[in-house]
Design a protein around this ligand. Structure first.
Ligand SMILES: [Zn+2]
Ligand SMILES: [Zn+2]
Ligand SMILES: [Zn+2]
Length: 256
C-alpha cells in the first residue's frame, strides 16, 4: 500500500492570495501546499480521499489517470470543490464512479452537484456518481477502510483508517476532537496523519499542542502533521518536535 500526499494545506492553500508573509513568499517547496487530499494505491485499487479545488493540478503533477473510488471526509469546499475534475476519471469508465462517505456528506454533494446525480445526466463522459454511505467499513480487495468519526465544527466529519495485512494508517485532516468509539481505531498504527493547523488555538482544528497530545496518547510509530496554515513555520517548529513527528508536505509518499 502506498499513500501520496496530493495536498497538505488548510482551506486557502499556501501561498495565500495577496499575502507577503515569510512563508508565503518562501521558495522552499515544503512551504508550497495545495488543499488537503491523499491518493492511495493498494493492490489494483487507486483511491482518492476528497476532491478539493486543486485536484486538476494534483492529478497532473502525479500523472493520475485512474481513480476507482473517492472517499470523502466531509462536505467543506476545500475537500469537495474539485468534484467536476472527476470527469477525467470517468471518460474511460463503463461503471458509475463510487463515492463513499457519510450520508450527510453525500446528501450535500447531491444538493450542490444535483445535475450529476439526476436522471437527466446521461451524457457519456460526464461523471456518473454512485453515492454509497459507509456504515461500518468498506473493503477494496484486502484493504479495509474504516471511517473514524470526529468533531470538526458543525459539519459531520470522518477520518479514515486504512488497514492491509499487518500495516495500518489513519488519515484525519480536519478534526478538533475525537468522538466516542474513535479511539479504538487509532491504536497500534504504523502512521497517524493528523490535522495541525497552527500553534494558536482554533475553534474547529487541532493546534500543534493538541495534535501532539493525541500523538502522545495513541503512540503511532510515525506521525505526520497536515492541513497546515501559513502561520506555521514548519522548519522552525519541526526542530523541536519528537523524532517520530514530522510535517507532511505535498508529493511526500509513504508505503507499507
Ligand atoms: Zn479542510
Ligand atoms: Zn502568508
Ligand atoms: Zn473542514
Amino acid at each position: 500500500m502506498k499513500l501520496t500526499f496530493l495536498g497538505t494545506s488548510t482551506s486557502v492553500g499556501i501561498p495565500v492570495i495577496g499575502c507577503g508573509c515569510d512563508i508565503c513568499v518562501s521558495d522552499n517547496p515544503r512551504h508550497h501546499r495545495m488543499r488537503s487530499s491523499v491518493h492511495i494505491e493498494a493492490g489494483d485499487f487507486s483511491l482518492l480521499v476528497d476532491s478539493g479545488p486543486d485536484l486538476r493540478h494534483q492529478a497532473l503533477r502525479h500523472s493520475l489517470s485512474r481513480v476507482d473510488a473517492v472517499l470523502y471526509t466531509h462536505q467543506h469546499l476545500d475537500h469537495t470543490a474539485g468534484f467536476d475534475e472527476l470527469r477525467a476519471f470517468c471518460w474511460e469508465r463503463e461503471e458509475p464512479l463510487p463515492l463513499y462517505s457519510t450520508e450527510s456528506c453525500l446528501n450535500e454533494l447531491k444538493r450542490v452537484y444535483d445535475w450529476a446525480f439526476s436522471e437527466g445526466n446521461s451524457y457519456k463522459g460526464y461523471i456518473q456518481p454512485f453515492a454509497i454511505p459507509i456504515v461500518n467499513y468498506v473493503d477494496f480487495g484486502d484493504l479495509r477502510v474504516t471511517p473514524i468519526p470526529v468533531e470538526h465544527g458543525s459539519v459531520e466529519t470522518v477520518g479514515f483508517r486504512f488497514e492491509q495485512g499487518g500495516f495500518s494508517l489513519a488519515y484525519l485532516p480536519d478534526v478538533k476532537r475525537l468522538k466516542a468509539g474513535s479511539a479504538a481505531l487509532l491504536r497500534s498504527l504504523d502512521h497517524l496523519i493528523i490535522d495541525c493547523l497552527r500553534e494558536k488555538e482554533h475553534n474547529t482544528h487541532l493546534s500543534l499542542k493538541e495534535s501532539l497530545a493525541l500523538i502522545e496518547k495513541f503512540k503511532p510509530k510515525q506521525a505526520w502533521l497536515t492541513h497546515v496554515a501559513h502561520e506555521m513555520d514548519i522548519e522552525k517548529v519541526e526542530s523541536r518536535l519528537p523524532k517520530h513527528v514530522n510535517f507532511a508536505y505535498d508529493t511526500l509518499s509513504i508505503s507499507s
